[in-house]
Design a protein around this ligand. Structure first.
Ligand code: ADP
Ligand code: MG
Length: 405
């Protein structure tokens, strides 16, 4: 696979870069510019080489099946021009905005672009063909590019026109397609968790979050690779129930009990379940909380976090690891009273002091790591929630990455 560093003679070339500017908005303003900052190295490199840089990204959701006025409202809410000013500030290079994604005006904007400057195009999802990977749309987009660079890791698990359609066409035409710096780092880090070297063992996975059913393929894949799988979060109560424990009103998926038992059997002792919980008599409206003495949850209570004995056990397991992959918070970390488990995992990673290769993948878990201030303690915190999980599930394959090969 080519990377941006392999691309030569870029002066005057039209380089179309798929970036991830799907930034969180609040009242029409950018709430967090992390994703823009993350795309800068690739854009800067191309600008410095004198390329004409064309940026495409999606922003939010636009449901084209809804009534026209609803679609219009969604478009207004997710207008990508909101990013232009901030990007220009961060880059220190002129960024113009193209409100059209096809037709005469679109081509005019591209044709008049000067070397070493940047054109940001409107939200790709304004076009209904984007999510369908429509070939006509992909053809029109590909027609304005001499080179394609994929730097939107968070969108690499989607086979859309901008992530998969464009590079497929350019490749056929013999034009270069490459990954950007961000995607390169994501692939290298996550591939290490997929193709496990002996020197990276013991390999410990930590799984949490809400649902077993969301993570079946991840669990299956990790079971084949890991030496230990520590399970916390709401997910642990499905496992507890399968083992005949009382789970009170904890979230529990009754249709996954057989699956949980199958995993435990296959794991043959490698799955480590919680020894205790912090439970509360409600979710948002609780008035009492208690630490349970074992895996059983009292009636009328629900498990909200792993307990102190579990924290000690999980920390011990993590301290022995040479490689860690973590997905899913250990408890309801959004509430202060139930942060301890998730925080303890972060601390255990810090205590490894760089002696192990540590990756966090998953939207909420990565958010927790950043919020608690542990981002720099990890070897890699993935920028793509869904994409990082699919990478693990599919043994390193993603439609937006495979097409670059
Ligand atoms: P990720 O995005 O990292 O893959 P998930 O989306 O699977 O993680 O799960 C995250 C959510 O799981 C969080 O909102 C957290 O509050 C919730 N969660 C974790 N433990 C529990 C629990 N014991 N009860 C209810 N919700 C939980
Ligand atoms: Mg999530």
């Amino acid at each position: 696979m080519l990377t941006v560093d392999n691309l030569k003679d870029l002066k005057g070339k039209r380089v179309l870069v798929r970036v991830d500017f799907n930034v969180p908005l609040k009242e029409g303003k950018i709430r967090d510019d992390n994703r823009i900052v993350a795309a800068l190295p690739t854009i800067k490199k191309l600008v410095n080489e004198g390329a004409k840089v064309i940026l495409m990204s999606h922003l939010g959701k636009i449901k084209h099946k809804e009534a026209p006025e609803v679609v219009e409202a969604q478009k207004k809410k997710n207008d990508l021009s909101v990013v232009r000013g901030r990007l220009e500030e961060l880059l220190g290079v002129t960024v113009s905005f193209c409100p059209e994604l096809k037709g005469k005006d679109f081509h005019y904007f591209v044709d008049t672009l000067e070397d070493g400057t940047v054109l940001l195009c409107q939200n790709t999802r304004y076009e209904k063909g984007e999510e369908k990977n429509d070939s006509e749309l992909a053809k029109e987009w590909a027609s304005v590019a001499d080179v394609f660079v994929m730097d939107a890791f968070g969108s690499a698990h989607r086979a859309h026109a901008s992530t998969n359609g464009i590079p497929a066409i350019l490749k056929e035409e013999g034009k270069p397609v490459a990954c950007g710096y961000l995607v390169e780092k994501e692939i290298n880090s996550l591939m290490r968790c997929v193709d496990v070297k002996d020197s990276d063992r013991p390999y410990v996975a930590i799984l949490g979050g809400l649902k077993v059913s969301d993570k079946i393929k991840v669990i299956d894949s990790l079971l084949k690779k890991c030496d230990k799988i520590l399970i916390g979060g709401a997910m642990a109560y499905t496992f507890a129930k399968a083992l005949g424990k009382d789970v009170g009103t904890s979230p529990c998926e009754l249709d996954q009990l057989d699956y949980a038992l199958k995993c435990l059997k296959e794991a043959n002792g490698r799955i480590v379940l919680p020894l205790d919980s912090v439970a509360a008599n409600g979710f948002d409206d609780w008035t009492d909380k208690k630490v349970t003495s074992d895996q059983n949850i009292p009636e009328g209570y629900q498990g909200m976090d792993i307990g102190p004995k579990t924290i000690k056990l999980f920390k011990e397991e993590i301290s022995k690891a040479k490689m860690v992959f973590w997905n899913g918070p250990m408890g309801v970390f959004e509430q202060k009273d139930f942060q301890a488990g998730t925080l303890a995992i972060c601390e255990a990673i810090r205590e490894l002091d760089g002696k192990a290769f540590t990756v966090c993948g998953g939207g909420d878990s990565a958010a927790a790591v950043k919020e608690f201030g542990f981002k720099d303690d990890f070897s890699h915190v993935s920028t793509g929630g869904g994409a990082s999980l699919e990478m693990i599930e599919n043994d390193g394959h993603l439609p937006g990455v495979d097409i670059l090969k």
